[in-house]
Design a protein around this ligand. Structure first.
Ligand code: ZN
Ligand code: ZN
Length: 406
């Protein structure tokens, strides 16, 4: 006897779910409590996904509703009866529920394993205690130490490495992600009209990108290794390397935050205007490719952003050539970059094994090179087109860390 294969509902991409009422759990229709693992869900669906995201065998479990009721999802938005039937089916059948979670864009990678969660929790606590002790002893400079250099067992993450990783993940969350989500929420309550006027599009693009840039620089300013740089070096890196990271940073934010369809329309229309019609298709293509091949793991992307920040100039966007930094300063920056590459590599090997690490690392490189090409082309538009000059100035201002401006 063949095992029953559940009927596969048509796939609803999370970005095309306008048919589902706002603020409802997209899995079961109850009241949503927030964005969980990539989709707006209620608490039980959140808990369900946390428990079961890695248990793929559930998808093969027999479905009690299979022969009784196989709803046509395309008609659900017009048919309350069908919808409530489908919702109870999802609530009572784990197989249907899990499939729907994946269909609605919930991401397994965003679920930390219990073991890791416990470890993170402990490390954050240990770190907090250490900080307190150090502060008491007035030895604050010790907290600014950079990650441990690679040791013999390079596949092992040390206690200090975990502390660094969790600091980076949480600092990004505090400065970038919360800010982005808050902004999306604000826009949500004051729904703006879909822009058709060029000025409106430029302003929309400017304010959302500047907002992301500002929170990214405030994230950087809270990273100990960035604080240890001289002001000169820091400004040098900020001016050269932050604008090339706009797209990668945006990718990270978009993956973790649900957007209303009209918000995406605003995003797209304004990006299309700024890119120009020749570049826009490649811009869209790059974003799609990133969604497909980049692993959704907050540790990986955030470390990768730091690796790239501590590079020799990615591209010079600044109007006048900046004075060069000398060889010693350059070496010091490379040394910091090395520690982040090592940390990223150790994490990848720890989490995904040797082959997985190689695979993910080469994907990161590939997609970033593609992003770099399109960023360079788009930034050329921004630097040279008259209608975008205010955008260019706003970007240049936003890449400087606030305290460096004085
Ligand atoms: Zn639910
Ligand atoms: Zn089922």
């Amino acid at each position: 006897m063949s095992s029953p294969t559940p009927t596969t509902p048509s796939v609803y991409h999370p970005k095309h779910r306008s048919w589902w009422p706002k603020h409802d759990c997209v899995i079961c229709g109850s009241k949503a409590i927030g964005i969980n693992f990539g989709a707006p869900t209620c608490a039980p669906c959140k808990a369900f996904f946390r428990r079961n995201a890695r248990r793929k065998e559930i998808l093969q479990a027999p479905c009690p509703f299979r022969d009784i009721n196989s709803p046509n999802l395309n008609n659900i938005d017009n048919n309350n009866d069908e919808k409530s039937k489908y919702c109870s089916q999802v609530r009572y059948c784990s197989s249907c529920r899990l499939r729907r979670c994946f269909d609605m864009g919930m991401k397994e990678e965003l679920v930390r394993t219990d073991e890791e969660n416990e470890r993170y929790r402990q490390l954050v606590e240990i770190n907090r205690q250490r900080r307190r002790q150090l502060l008491e002893q007035e030895q604050f400079e010790h907290v600014l130490a950079i990650p441990q250099q690679i040791v013999k067992t390079n596949d092992l993450l040390h206690e200090t490495d975990w502390t660094h990783i969790s600091n980076i993940v949480f600092t990004y969350e505090t400065h970038c992600l919360k800010n982005y989500i808050q902004r999306r929420k604000n826009l949500f309550t004051t729904q703006m009209q879909i822009p058709d006027d060029a000025c409106v599009k430029i302003n929309y693009h400017s304010s959302s990108t500047v907002n992301n840039l500002t929170s990214f620089t405030s994230f950087l300013s809270s990273i100990p290794t960035v604080q240890t740089l001289s002001k000169f070096d820091r400004i040098y890196l900020c001016k050269h390397n932050i604008r090339p990271l706009i797209l990668l940073n945006l990718h990270e934010l978009e993956q973790l935050c649900y957007s209303e369809p009209w918000q995406l329309t605003c995003d797209n229309l304004s990006a299309e205007y700024v890119c120009g019609s020749n570049l826009y298709p490649e811009f869209v293509n790059t974003k799609h490719r990133a969604e497909q091949i980049l692993i959704t793991d907050p540790v990986v992307t955030r470390l990768w952003l730091l690796v790239l920040f501590f590079s020799t100039p990615l591209h010079c966007y600044y109007q006048q050539a900046l004075p060069e930094i000398d060889t010693n300063q350059r070496r010091a920056i490379m040394k910091i970059q090395d520690t982040y590459i090592t940390l990223l590599w150790k994490y990848l090997v720890h989490r995904h094994g040797d082959m997985g690490a190689i695979h993910i690392f080469s994907n990161l490189n590939g997609i970033y090179l593609q992003m770099q090409r399109i960023s360079q082309a788009v930034n050329k538009q921004i630097r040279t087109r008259n209608d975008l000059s205010t955008l260019n100035e706003a970007f240049n201002r936003a890449v400087i860390i606030e305290s460096d401006n004085q």
